[in-house]
Design a protein around this ligand. Structure first.
Ligand code: NAD
Ligand code: UGA
Length: 459
């Protein structure tokens, strides 16, 4: 099938950047990204590209270059579906918060709604591309909905999981390690492969069956998260033995069989996907009665929760076992640098724990608003909205957050944190002035020479 028009349902962290790059590299294809969220679409259409709903280095430039030419953002979902030959489903697949599989399984209601929407309005044959991360065998359910519309419209279903990481999304999309396409119909696979072929070398476009493709996505995230939990487990042992986790990571990472990436010990991984995808994997394994498999992967999450908790506990015990009424300055709220995304950020859970101990928290994050921080905390339902807003406040500058603070907690590895005037910060903090570096980004001896009591992860 010759593709001239693409529709992407879901204008989020994946749909937006992915389609912007596809449109940019395929000027002959009209790409329309649709969403039910009017405010999000309005933000994507904002003439000032600094107001896009998502912050990603390089994204605004690509959107500015392509928007209005062959890239469009719209809430007219039915129209975009009907006119396109290829439809990407890129909606959210969060962990279920109700019913069977609550807290574990992926909630597929948004994906199913998309399938039903397509079934309702399509009048010509379509290729449906699963871009969302889905449990293995979801394509079966989508196919069953689309095959039972009573019309003779034909649908081919492909799995094309996305491997981009936030903060580096544009670079990851422009230079992917691989593009994965799972499907049955060779023609449909070739149609999609040719779109990526505009900029991705052919040998990096991997073609598999649908189930391998769906399962590879969950497996990739599980392996990446497992590396972080593995090094974080070792970090605790380092603290007891005077080994240094960064030195250990370097030493093992130089073994080409292990490799250096994803060995940075931290306060714990966050983000919208690692936890959700592993929980989903665990749920699927349990549903096939594979309890040893399920327990193995669940441990990655257990260790991650432990890491966040022990960071907060260490802070409290170091501050003489009480943080009640003390000001703690947080640097960073996003789950990693170079993004405004805060989903499952370690900062939220560490803050919640400190608030239970009646701390006052002032937060500076270069890209996260006070409103977002409040909504993250309110979402936990630990205390009232009034209490959260009284105890936690975002500040306009880092110096405001740290002035008069008993301790600094570094929660995100934003580069700018390293360049602050730490002498000034020291002079304005309560003494002893403690730094808890949850990302190991500052230089221990430099900080100690200034007078700080510095502690980091695994050192
Ligand atoms: P997101 O929440 O940022 O965006 C999803 C969008 O879909 C929202 O704007 C929502 O309004 C819209 N939507 C939901 N139902 C809809 C419907 N029926 N019709 C139209 N729009 C609808 O989510 P995201 O981070 O972009 O993730 C999307 C999927 O991609 C998830 O399955 C996720 O696991 C996967 N993924 C995410 C990342 C990442 O870095 N965020 C990377 C790879 C894969
Ligand atoms: C991750 C994967 O890296 C992507 O390949 C995948 O597409 C995506 O999930 C997804 O499916 O959503 P992302 O969560 O955006 O991407 O970002 P990562 O760079 O993987 O970081 C995740 C978390 O792990 C962050 O909190 C980060 O700070 C932490 N991390 C990462 C560490 O603590 N140590 C490391 O060495 C690496």
């Amino acid at each position: 099938m010759k593709i001239t028009k693409i529709c992407c349902i879901g204008a989020g962290y994946v749909g937006g950047p992915t389609m912007a790059v596809i449109a940019n590299k395929n000027p002959h294809i009209k790409v329309t990204i649709v969403d039910i969220n009017q405010a999000r679409i309005d933000a994507w259409n904002d003439p000032d590209a600094s107001n896009l709903p998502i912050y990603e280095p390089g994204l605004a430039e690509i959107v500015e270059e392509t928007r209005g030419k062959n890239l469009f953002f719209s809430t007219e979902i039915d129209k975009a579906i009907d006119e396109s030959e290829m439809i990407f489903i890129s909606v959210n697949t969060p962990t279920k918060t109700y019913g069977k599989g609550k807290g574990m399984a992926a909630d597929l209601k948004y994906v199913e709604l998309c399938a039903r929407n397509i079934a309702d309005v399509a009048t010509t044959d379509k290729i449906i591309v699963e871009k969302s991360t889905l449990p293995v065998r979801t394509a079966q359910a989508i196919k069953s909905i689309l095959d039972n519309t009573g019309s003779d419209v034909k649908f081919d279903i492909l799995s094309n999981p996305e491997f981009l990481a936030e903060g580096t999304a544009i670079q990851d999309l422009l230079n992917p390690d691989r593009v994965l396409i799972g499907g049955e119909s060779e023609d449909a696979i070739e149609s999609l492969a040719s779109i990526y072929g505009s900029w991705v070398p052919e040998h990096q476009i991997l073609k598999t069956n649908v189930w391998s493709s769906e399962l590879s996505k969950l497996t990739a995230n599980a392996f990446l998260a497992q590396r972080i939990s593995s090094i974080n487990a070792i970090s605790e042992l380092c603290e007891k033995t005077e080994a240094n986790v960064d030195e250990v990571a370097k030493a093992i990472g130089m073994d080409s069989r292990i490799g250096p990436k994803f060995l940075k010990s931290s306060v714990g991984f966050g983000g919208s996907c690692f936890q959700k995808d592993i929980l989903n994997l665990v749920y699927i394994a349990r549903s096939y009665n594979l309890h040893a498999v399920a327990d193995y992967w669940e441990q990655v999450i257990i260790l991650n929760d432990h890491q966040k908790r022990r960071f907060a506990d260490h802070l409290i015990s170091t501050l003489y076992n009480t943080v009640s009424g003390k000001k703690i300055g947080f640097l960073g709220w996003a789950f990693k640098k170079d993004t405004n995304d805060t989903r499952e950020s370690a900062a939220i859970y560490v803050a919640d724990h400190l608030l239970n101990e009646q701390a006052n928290i002032a937060v500076y994050d270069p890209k996260v608003s006070n409103e977002k921080m409040q909504s993250d905390l309110n979402h936990l339902n630990t205390r009232t909205e009034e209490e959260n807003s009284k105890l936690v406040q975002a500040t306009k500058t880092p110096y405001e957050a740290l002035k008069g603070a008993h301790a600094v907690a570094i929660m995100t590895e934003w580069d700018e944190f390293k360049t602050y005037d730490w002498k000034k910060i020291y002079s304005e903090m309560k003494k002893p002035a403690f730094i808890f570096d949850g990302r190991n980004i500052l230089d221990k001896s430099e900080m100690e020479n200034m007078g700080f009591e510095y502690s980091s992860i695994g050192q």
